[in-house]
Design a protein around this ligand. Sequence first.
Ligand SMILES: Cc1ncc(COP(=O)(O)O)c(C=O)c1O
Length: 397
Amino acid sequence: MTIRYLPPAGHKIYWQEIIQAVIKSLLKKYTYKQDLISPESAHDYFFVNSGTSAIYILLKYLKSISNRQDVLIPAYTCPSVVAAIRKANLNPVLCDLNPFDFSLKFEDFINKISDNTLAVLQVELFGILPDNRKLVKQTRIHNSYFIGDAAQSFGNYLLDADLINNRGYDFLIFSFGRGKPLNLLHGGGIISLDQDSRFNEFTENFTAKINSYSILKSIFNTIFYKLFFNPYFYNIPRSLPFLNLGKTIYRSDFEVMSISPYILNLVELIINRNKSIIQYRMRHTNEINSLLEPVKQHLFITDSKDTYDLIRFPILFKDADLRDKILHDLTRNGIGATGLYPFPIDVQPELKILKLEHCENAEFISKSILTLPIHENLTNTDLKKIEKVLYKYLSIN
Ligand SMILES: Cc1ncc(COP(=O)(O)O)c(C=O)c1O
C-alpha cells in the first residue's frame, strides 16, 4: 500500500471558510430558500439535509397533487434515489441507459412511460448533460413531471445559470453530499422551475427543523474532510471501516430535515471560488481525454466530456475483466479510481425483493465502468501513473 492515496473526488476547504461559516451561522438566520446557486434565475429553492431527502420531499409533493404511482429512473444509478421513491410510497420503474452518456435510453423509455408515470427522473451522472429533447416531448405527452437529478452535475449550472431554464426540467435536485461538485457531506435541495405555486405552499409547511446535534455534526464532518482530503492522510479514513468510504450503501432509514445553516453559509463562501475548482476538473478531463486517445479502441467513448464539469472521469471498458485488473492496479498505485455502484438497481441486494426489470446496458455499465479522479490534488505524476497502468493492459494503437 502506498502512503499517498488520492481521494476519488472532492476539493479543498480552507480553515478561514470553516471559521467564517461558523461565525455567520451564529449571527445570521437563514430561511432555507436562498437562491445561492444562481441568484439571477429567481426560482423557488428549497434546501434540506441531503439530496435523498430532496428527492423524497419533491415526490411527496407531486404525490399530493396527483394519483399516479410510477417514477421512471435509470436502471443504473445511486440506490439512494430508490430509497427516496420507496419512502414516498411510490413505485420505481427502471429504464435502460445509453452507454455513451449514461442517460435514459429513449427506445426503452417509450416502452416504460405510461399514464401512471408521475415523474421521470433523468440522472445527470458524473456531470454529463444529456440531450433531453425527445424525452421531454414524450414526458409532456403523458402529462408527467420531468425531474433533473443534478446531484452530480450542478457544477455545470453554476457555470451557466441559463442552463437551469433550458434543459426541459420542471424541477432540479442537487446535493452537497460526499463526492458531489460541492463536497460538504451534508445538504441538498430542490429548484422548482414549475410555475405552480402549490410547491411553495407545500415546502412552507415543512416543519422538520434540523437539531443542534446535526448542525455540530455537519461542522465536524467538514473539518474531518478538510484534514483528510490531503492525499498523504487519506489512507487514515480509508482504513476506518465504519466510514464505508468507496462503498455503495442502501439506506432506507435516512433522516429528513432542513439543512444545516452552517452548510448554507459554507456553500455561499465556496461558490466564490467555484470557478477555480471547476477549472482544475476541466483541465484534468482534457488531459485524461488525450491520454486515452491511443487506447480508445478498447473503450466505449462517452460523449465529448471536455465541455462539462465532471466530478470524476468515467471510462467504459469493452472487456470487463480488464476493468477489474486496471482498477486493482490503480488502487495499488494510490490513485483513487473506483468502480462506482457495483450493481444495477434490480440486483442491489436490498432491492432484489422488488423484482424490478433487468436492463442490459445497466448491467454492462456496472461491470465495465471505472472512474478516475480529476480534482485539484491530481498531479502530473499521478497522470503518468494512470497512463502507465492503462498502457500496460491496453495495447496501444
Ligand atoms: C445521482 C444522485 N442522486 C442523489 C443522490 C443522493 O444525494 P445525497 O448523498 O446528498 O443524499 C446521489 C448521491 O450520491 C446521487 O449520486
